[in-house]
Design a protein around this ligand. Structure first.
Ligand SMILES: [Zn+2]
Length: 325
């Protein structure tokens, strides 16, 4: 497949190796799930977003220490590089991992440390995207945003909104935090219209000021909304395997990626949670060509969008652009 292997939508918490979870659990005194770590972390059959997130959350109990967070982040970077990735945006939800003895800044610092170690050992450019979570309140979102701003020099490039859109659709609690992040020069993206209605993408753009939308799968159900998204210049981050597993789309044949491209929207690729989905970026790229039948022009459009919309500095963008030609 043509184009650079740029991963613009993937969550740290969905990268935890089952073998690492098992080791960290022993040292942290966390009980092994009844079904074992592999079955707890991986999702084998399609279900709902809530079920999908439960598989991702199965890793949370072992992530609550500096040592664990550094290791898991470093391994995510190394595994992405082994998968042939050219550029990685690694997003994470630090608020989830805060403990009495593991403060928010310590969580973010550990993520930055692990990322730096991974970059040093692989040479792959990586940035961190810190996600506010829908199930937390406005104050938590502001604390996360301030931490993201403090750690910009250590590799934090943007903020995100993640979590369960089915159960927590309201965007109002995040308006102030997103405005603060954007004013500070951070990039911004938000999961929207994945489990919620098509209009959730328009609301995310209007209320949070994002041009990038995580998934946005349901936008394609509304042709007028799709035309609006194209005219507005929105970029959709699609993760085909995840979108099927969460029930956002019934199957790959019904995936909205091609209608999005046909409408003139920018579309970029990610693998969301490659341990959860069993589909790292290389597999998602294979699926685009072999199973979804994307044509060369469509793949080229996605590669161009990834270069345009990546949350990287301009020297990195130019270096990636040079590699693409
Ligand atoms: Zn996601």
């Amino acid at each position: 497949m043509i184009g650079l292997r740029m991963n613009l939508h993937t969550h740290l918490e969905g990268w935890v190796r089952p073998s690492t979870a098992a080791e960290l659990a022993i040292s942290a005194g966390v009980a092994e799930p009844a079904e074992g770590w592999d079955a707890a972390l991986r999702m084998r059959a399609s279900g709902t977003l809530t079920q999908y997130l439960a598989h991702v959350a199965a890793a949370y109990p072992v992530l609550g220490s500096h040592h664990a967070m550094v290791r898991v982040t470093r391994e995510a970077v190394e595994d992405a590089a082994s998968d042939g990735t050219a550029f990685l945006e690694l997003r994470a939800g630090p608020t989830t991992h805060v403990r009495d003895d593991f403060a928010l800044d310590d969580v973010v610092s550990a993520m930055c440390e692990g990322m730096t170690e991974g970059v040093a050992s692989t040479g792959m450019p990586v940035v961190l995207v810190l996600a506010m979570l829908r199930e937390f309140d406005e104050d938590a979102a502001m604390r996360l945003t301030r931490a993201a701003i403090r750690y910009r020099a250590d590799g934090v490039a943007a903020v995100d909104l993640a979590g369960d859109e089915q159960r927590f659709p309201d965007l109002e609690p995040f308006v102030r935090a997103f405005a603060t992040a954007r004013d500070a020069g951070l990039g911004a993206t938000a999961h929207a219209a994945e489990a919620g209605p098509a209009a959730a993408a328009r609301d995310a753009h209007g209320l949070l000021g994002v041009r990038r939308i995580g998934h946005g799968s349901r936008v394609a159900r509304d042709p007028r909304m799709l035309d609006w998204a194209a005219a507005t210049g929105l970029c959709f981050e699609v993760c085909p395997t995840s979108n099927v597993l969460t029930g956002a789309v019934p199957d790959l044949a019904a995936h909205p990626l091609r209608p999005m491209l046909a409408a003139g929207c920018a579309v970029v690729l990610g693998d969301d949670d490659p341990v959860t989905t069993n589909a790292p970026l290389s597999e998602e790229r294979r699926i685009l060509g072999d199973e979804m039948g994307l044509r060369t022009a469509e793949l080229a459009a996605m590669s161009a969008a990834a270069l345009d919309f990546a949350f990287c500095d301009e020297p990195t963008r130019e270096a990636l652009r040079a590699c693409a030609h």
